[in-house]
Design a protein around this ligand. Structure first.
Ligand code: AMP
Length: 401
């Protein structure tokens, strides 16, 4: 993304240690969401940021929090993230920008033993980054005291909504001091989220950053083909790509099957989905990030928050049933200044989902190329075998990621 504004970080009244960390991170100018969000956030105002990952939103809330909490002993800020991966990345950002200001950050997420959380909570953090379920466990057990929280960030609130976290968030809100600054970041505002914002925020400053920013940058292509022809086309694309490839599949079982198929060819693929233990998810991400393996097969869980800078190619092996997921998926490539390619496979069953995306981003979504030879059933398919229930793909939204 070209950063087109005349704002400079030096325009913000930040501590010198923070300016130094920003320079060390290599950020030259604020991104649009940072330019719009940092000033009101520094003034302690509530903020609703309508922006997605890839826009620089994490630093947009981290910088004002670091400024506010530097030199203070208490746990003053809570950041809620929908997934462990996003929580991990947010923690890294706080470390990167806040460590030299003495900011201590702790992360508590599901999937790791509770004792590890106790250890991080004992480190007297200033900032707590948490997923809602695990935080509620701690609140119920009285293991975490939120009485001094002055700043709450609800990150990717729309995702929290999709994942059924709204009741958890309500419980957390009830445990927080009423007098606080609240910042919410979301790509869309589903009804429940808007209601939470209305009830729990004071006169928020609303900031909307081009909804489809990542979609502008990634080159997109769509292929219309038969379900069983996806495998052969995928292998061709994998053979052509030398950089990192992220392949999206709709279900956990689908990820397992496709990763196996790819590995049985001459490629090596990692996999990540919600059924895998945290250590295995972390290891897959680390191996993908450090280049040990350049193919990652994932459910949408990896679409949000995953911050790996140079993904060359995103392949929607299964087209998403939710238009925002499309934006998030293709936003994994073309992060900030990079450009990338997003290829989507669509079958006849997908036409209405393609329409949803077109309604959202208009003609930035190119027309599909019909692969005639692939549309007609290929006799010996090499794609992953379908389970019998696969025919009922029209039932949307209930599959586990
Ligand atoms: P986010 O949207 O917070 O996930 O950030 C996406 C990526 O942008 C991360 O890799 C950040 O390190 C990077 N980033 C954040 N702010 C800036 C900036 N002002 N200039 C360049 N890169 C940035």
């Amino acid at each position: 993304m070209s950063i087109q504004n005349n704002v400079k970080f030096s325009d913000f009244p930040l501590r010198e240690t923070i300016h130094q960390s920003i320079r060390q991170a290599g950020y030259e100018c604020p991104t649009p969401i940072q330019a719009a969000c940092i000033p009101p956030a520094l003034e302690g105002k509530d903020v609703i940021g309508l922006a997605q990952t890839g826009t620089g939103k994490t630093a947009a809330f981290a910088i004002p929090i670091i400024q506010r909490l530097t030199g203070r002993p208490e746990l003053g800020a809570l950041v809620l993230a929908p997934t462990r991966e996003l929580a991990a990345q947010t923690t890294v950002m706080f470390d990167q920008l806040g460590k030299s200001s003495g900011i201590r950050v702790a992360t508590i997420v599901g999937g790791v033993p509770m004792e590890e959380d106790d250890e991080s909570l004992r480190s007297w953090p200033n900032v707590l980054v948490a997923t809602p379920g695990r935080l509620n466990d701690h609140i119920e057990n009285g293991r975490v005291l939120l009485a001094e929280i002055e700043v709450l960030v609800v990150d990717e609130a729309d995702r929290m909504h999709d994942m059924g976290f709204i009741p958890q968030i309500r419980r957390i809100l009830a445990a927080l001091p009423k007098k606080r600054q609240t910042m919410m970041f979301t790509a869309t505002l589903p009804g429940d989220v808007e209601q939470i914002a209305r009830k729990s925020m004071r006169d928020p400053v609303r900031i909307q950053i081009g909804q489809c920013a990542p979609a502008h940058r990634a080159r997109q292509e769509l292929f219309e083909l038969a379900e069983e022809a996806k495998g052969p086309l995928l292998m061709k694309l994998l053979a052509k790509t030398t950089g990192r490839v992220l392949v999206f599949v709709r279900t956990r079982r689908g990820v397992e099957r496709l990763a196996r198929t790819i590995n049985s060819r001459r490629f090596k693929a990692l996999r990540i989905h919600g059924d895998l233990e945290q250590v295995r998810r972390d290891r897959a991400l680390a191996d993908f990030r450090n280049g040990l393996c350049h193919i990652l097969v994932a459910t949408d869980i990896a679409a949000r928050g995953l911050d790996i800078s140079d993904i060359e190619h995103v392949i929607n092996y299964d087209f998403p049933h939710n238009a925002e997921d499309y934006i998030h998926r293709i936003g994994r490539t073309a992060r900030l200044d990079a450009s990338g390619l997003a290829t989507s496979f669509i079958t006849r069953d997908d036409s209405r989902f393609v329409k949803y995306v077109r309604n959202l981003i208009g003609d930035k979504l190119p027309p599909p190329t019909r692969l005639e030879s692939y549309v007609a059933s290929t006799p010996k398919a090499m794609g992953p075998r379908r389970s019998p229930s696969r025919g009922s793909r029209r039932r949307t939204g209930s599959r586990k990621q």
